[in-house]
Design a protein around this ligand. Structure first.
Ligand code: DSN
Length: 415
């Protein structure tokens, strides 16, 4: 990846692009929402389809010359339908947030009510945060996890649904490490005669690979991102029953977006084809096995894991019991210094700020793509523990940085 054409025109950007590839090769990407797509997906996203305007849908475009755009979008839709089994799929949302926006725009009026997970308990900005359009257009009530167990408090969620009487209940999370019981959330939505939007952004790949139960066929709407655990081109997706198909399509275009990003839709099609291969189920299972191995090993090192473990691709560590003087930001910075890239994260019962919270969120999707197994993950957990225990010890950091490089070289990326 030497970006020779870019280099001829713009050496500064070429340097940044190749430095980014080197950074990804030589560091451990443990941000739970990130992954490494294949070179096939990269190529599709860098294709000439970026030049094409294709407002509308396959066979019903507002511009000429869309025959190949149509083919690519039809393939993305067919493959998504096979992967997740929904009646209707829209692959045009530019992101997961815009997928959610389409559902709200299709089904709600300004002032309607959303019941969703509190951000610091694992929710998402686009589920009703005051700084997001959702928090400004709609009335929002939050549910959360049980402070003792770290699991969703489904009884309280049900009670809130009856009391608040929402128009939509949102499930699906950004920092929740446990299996979601879609049926119990559907029961709460039914009790309020509300729609149920399941945002599976983080776990699209786990659901497609059979490593997490699917909300398709339970919730009215299922949204997601296409570049996280599913490892396809960057963007979003909306799935729904046939009865909502027209409303959703109109809400995506022309309701919320103009021309679709056809090059990214090509990347989605290619990534979905990869995810349809039998190996992808093994990838999904290994991602979860690696997260469990990480959680178990960090527990042995004395870390406090929110909910006591994980059922999915991420581990949420509350640093307060084991490292009361270390913030999530301190840990993020010290680990970044040695090539372990993750993010500081709020934890349930947060006592610091969203900007410098008390936890770290650690994900295994990208390392699993590189071929890491449980033994490798144990080494990574040992590295995390050493650095967080002694964030200012430069000798420890130098030693860990060497181990990180060894792991990267043993599991190469974009050779
Ligand atoms: N930025 C994503 C995450 O890290 O969870 C969500 O959009």
């Amino acid at each position: 990846m030497d970006y020779e054409h870019v280099r001829e025109v713009d050496p500064e950007v070429a340097d940044a692009l190749s430095n980014e590839v080197t950074r990804q090769r030589n560091t451990l990407a443990m941000i739970a929402s990130e992954n490494h797509v294949s070179e096939a997906v990269l190529e599709a996203q860098g294709s000439a389809l970026t030049n094409k305007y294709a407002e509308g849908y396959p066979g019903k475009r507002y511009y000429a010359g869309c025959e190949y755009a149509d083919r690519v979008e039809e393939l993305a839709i067919e493959r998504a339908t096979e992967l997740w089994g929904a009646d209707h799929v829209n692959v045009q949302p530019h992101s997961g947030t815009q997928a959610n926006q389409a559902v709200y725009f299709a089904m709600l009026e300004p002032g309607d009510k959303i019941l969703s997970m509190e951000l610091s308990h694992g929710g998402h900005l686009s589920h009703g945060h005051p700084a997001n359009f959702t928090g400004q257009l709609y009335e929002v009530e939050s549910y959360g996890v049980d402070p003792e167990t770290g699991y969703i408090d489904y009884d309280e969620l049900h009670r809130l649904a009856e009391e608040f009487d929402p128009d939509v209940v949102v499930s699906g999370y950004s920092a929740y490490p446990r299996t979601v019981d879609w049926e119990r959330i559907q029961a709460a939505a039914d009790a309020a005669d509300a729609y149920h939007l399941a945002d599976i952004a983080h776990i699209t790949g786990l659901v497609a690979g059979g490593a997490h139960p699917s909300p398709v066929g339970v919730a009215d709407f299922v949204t997601g991102s296409t570049h996280k655990t599913i490892r396809a081109g960057r963007g979003g997706i909306v799935m729904c029953d046939e009865e909502y198909a027209d409303d959703i399509d109109k809400a995506v275009f022309p309701g919320g977006q103009g021309g679709p990003l056809m090059h990214n839709i090509a990347g989605k099609a290619v990534g979905f084809e990869e995810a349809l291969q039998p190996e992808f189920d093994e990838y999904a299972d290994q991602t979860v096995a690696n997260a469990r191995a990480l959680s178990d090993r960090l527990t042995e090192h004395g870390f406090s894991i929110v909910s006591g473990g994980t059922d999915n691709h991420l581990v949420l560590v509350d640093l307060r019991p084991s490292h009361p003087d270390t913030t999530g930001g301190d840990a993020e910075d010290a680990l970044d210094d040695v090539g372990i890239v993750l993010n500081a994260n709020t934890v349930p019962g947060e006592t610091r700020s969203a900007f410098n919270p008390s936890g770290i969120r650690i994900g295994t999707p990208a390392l699993t793509t590189r071929g890491f197994d449980e033994d490798d993950i144990h080494v990574v957990a040992d590295c995390i523990s050493r650095v967080v225990d002694t964030p200012d010890d430069e000798d420890v950091k130098a030693d860990v940085a060497e181990t990180v490089l060894d792991l990267c070289e043993a599991n190469p990326l974009y050779e």
